[in-house]
Design a protein around this ligand. Structure first.
Ligand code: NAD
Ligand code: 0WE
Length: 264
């Protein structure tokens, strides 16, 4: 059963084939969705088109989510191409690298806070505002990507954790605001996945094995698994779900003392 058949969906946040957004695009394509991909800058266009070719993507549009004119252009292009929209995926996160290494109190800066919140949090609201007119009354759905660092502390995630807390709250406020237009808004809190955004992180491999050994499923999750859950949340199968944060993390978040191993 292709449960997204005929749905027109914009996906923001593909950088390459390892992106969580690429896993979401693939799952949505499998379920019959028509997809437009945006890319952050000319530098990433080729890689994004390589992902899109396999999924018969309809168009590729540049959008820097930190720039209002760029968001306007994106929405105008979609309006001209499709005239309406059934779904929007926001898989964007960024903080300056110096914020993501070291003790929070020592490394946090006002400028880093501003950038992290503008790009990782406000951009979801900005995209919702700009696309609302294309989605009203269509049982449309918005989806964003969060991480456990929103609700628990962990080493080095720092201002991104603060930003993800804001993003999860934004999910609830948008859900409440857009419910009257039959637009649902949800988040997936994904377990760690080795993507471009993760590749700059020191000891990410250690984090992957830590998570795998302590998660109830005894392994890490894949972008495809996030994709399947995302496809569901954006489909009419999830018509009763809004304002929700769904964990796709092999169960890691429900554990406290984990599974004691020889290493402990
Ligand atoms: P990724 O590097 O593949 O994707 C991040 C995307 O953000 C890139 O496509 C990049 O171009 C885009 N981006 C950054 N600044 C932008 C801007 N100004 N304008 C437009 N786009 C911009 O990495 P990913 O891990 O797939 O990240 C996608 C989302 O998933 C992020 O929100 C991230 O926080 C979240 N997430 C990642 C993990 C993980 O372990 N990889 C876990 C949970 C949640
Ligand atoms: O949300 C993320 C990644 C977010 C991210 C990554 C980077 C690296 C390069 C945001 N901004 C930047 N800026 C850069 O310059 N994740 C959930 C993956 C991630 O990142 C971590 C993690 C995990 C998990 C950073 C520290 C600790 C754990």
């Amino acid at each position: 059963m292709a449960f997204l058949k005929g749905k027109k969906i914009l996906i923001v946040g593909v950088a390459n084939k390892f992106s969580i957004a690429a896993g979401i695009a693939e799952a949505m394509h499998t379920q019959g969705a028509e997809i437009i991909l945006s890319y952050q800058s000319e530098r990433l266009k080729n890689k994004v088109m390589q992902v899109g070719e396999k999924l018969n993507c309809v168009d590729y549009i540049e959008c820097d989510v930190g720039n209002d004119d760029s968001i306007k252009n994106l929405v105008t292009s979609i309006e001209n191409k499709w005239g309406y929209l059934d779904g929007l995926v926001h898989a964007v996160g960024f903080a300056p690298a110096n914020e993501l290494e070291g003790d929070f109190t020592e490394v946090a800066t006002r400028e880093g806070f501003k950038i992290a919140h503008d790009i990782s949090v406000f951009s979801f609201t900005a995209l919702a505002q700009a696309t609302k007119k294309l989605m009203i009354g269509r049982n449309a759905a918005l989806l964003t990507l969060s991480y456990l660092g929103a609700v628990r502390t962990l080493p080095n995630y720092n201002v991104m954790g603060v930003a993800k807390a804001g993003l999860e709250s934004t999910t609830r406020y948008l859900a409440n605001s857009l419910g009257k237009d039959d637009i649902r808004v949800n988040a997936i809190s994904a377990g760690p996945v080795k993507t471009l955004a993760a590749s700059g992180i020191k000891s990410f491999r250690k984090m992957l094995s830590y998570n795998a050994s302590r998660a109830p499923l005894g392994r890490n999750i894949t972008a495809e698994e996030v994709g399947n859950a995302g496809a569901f949340l954006c489909s009419d199968l999830a018509s009763g779900i809004t304002g929700e944060v769904l964990y796709v993390d092999a169960g890691f978040n429900i554990t406290a003392m984990g599974n004691l191993t020889e290493a402990d």
